[in-house]
Design a binder for this molecule. Structure first.
Ligand code: HEM
Ligand code: HEM
Length: 240
């Protein structure tokens, strides 16, 4: 048997019908810019946060002139925190004015079809008991729901971060969070939760990057390049 040539409009091995590809503009520029600013800011926050939380870090200074290095680590953490918070606020705004793929609705599986898609994705990608059915053009509904939980974690980390910052700053933004510290049982407890969530983000980033490449490979629709250039490819059954 000869190997089929896999190009747009041709037969895919294991498929009974020829398919055609439609090029769709999925991620608008503001979503892509948000994504990469967020990715860089979160990596900086995780690395600097880890160093702040590591007990020996503050004392590590092989030479006297390097003693301010910990100050720079904290400065980077706070600078990245402000970038990350305003960038996230811009993404929330875009959820109301952007296209259907970036809409806030994509993150809540209210519709029956979205709930069915969650079950299908779990069966196909996690349990591997089913072949993939139709695949969403934007986020699949399970990914959308997981991003929603991630956004909740963003909010939690912002609240606990600014609560910690409120005792070190006189500016209005951190001062708005002063009351969180007694509410959560004191600074030690806020610090504990803020630290714990570091590991949520580390886990998310590792799995997320793995899944981006996994879907790119399995679906062949340009998933990874879509978050750079904005375009994805939708497979369509040939009508003739
Ligand atoms: C390093 C930290 C990263 C973080 C924190 C992160 C976070 C996110 C978030 C929150 C979204 C949802 C976007 C939205 O609609 O608002 C997203 C989407 C996406 N990210 Fe990332 N990302 C990271 C790195 C990467 C990398 C390195 C790649 C590519 C290799 C990538 C590929 C994608 C793709 C393709 C989507 C759209 C996926 C979909 O259809 O659901 N991300 N990312
Ligand atoms: C979203 C991702 C973030 C991660 C992963 C993260 C991680 C961390 C970690 C692990 C620590 C060390 C806690 C400890 O002492 O064990 C820390 C400290 C801190 N973080 Fe964050 N953080 C994030 C966002 C923020 C934000 C948005 C702010 C807001 C300003 C913030 C402000 C602070 C402050 C003030 C400290 C204490 C610094 C010190 O006492 O020297 N963080 N962060």
């Amino acid at each position: 048997m000869s190997t089929p040539n896999i190009s747009a409009g041709s037969v895919i091995p294991g498929e009974q019908h020829p398919v055609e590809y439609r090029r769709v503009y999925v991620w608008e520029l503001p979503v892509r810019v948000y994504h990469w600013i967020n990715a860089v800011a979160l990596v900086v926050l995780c690395v600097t946060g880890f160093l702040i939380g590591a007990p020996v870090s503050a004392f590590y200074a092989p030479e006297a002139y390097q003693q301010y290095w910990f100050g720079w680590v904290r400065f980077l953490h706070f600078a990245a925190a402000f970038v990350y918070v305003f960038n996230f606020a811009a993404r929330i705004y875009w959820g109301f004015v952007g296209n259907q793929y970036s809409s806030w609705r994509a993150f809540f599986p209210f519709k029956r079809s979205q709930q069915q898609e969650i079950v299908d994705v779990i069966k196909a990608d996690v349990l591997e008991t089913k072949m993939h059915g139709p695949i969403s053009t934007g986020h699949n509904s399970l990914a959308g729901l997981i991003y929603f939980f991630t956004f909740l974690a963003f909010v939690f980390q912002t609240i606990t971060g600014f609560a910690l910052y409120s005792s070190m700053s006189n500016s209005w933004l951190p001062r708005m969070f002063t009351w969180i510290v007694p509410l959560m049982g004191g600074e030690f407890s806020v610090r504990f939760w803020h630290h714990l969530f570091l590991w949520f983000f580390v886990t998310f980033i590792i799995i997320h990057i793995y899944l981006a490449f996994y879907h790119d490979y399995i679906e062949g629709r340009g998933t990874v390049s879509s978050i750079i250039g904005g375009w994805k490819f939708d497979r369509e059954k040939k009508t003739k």
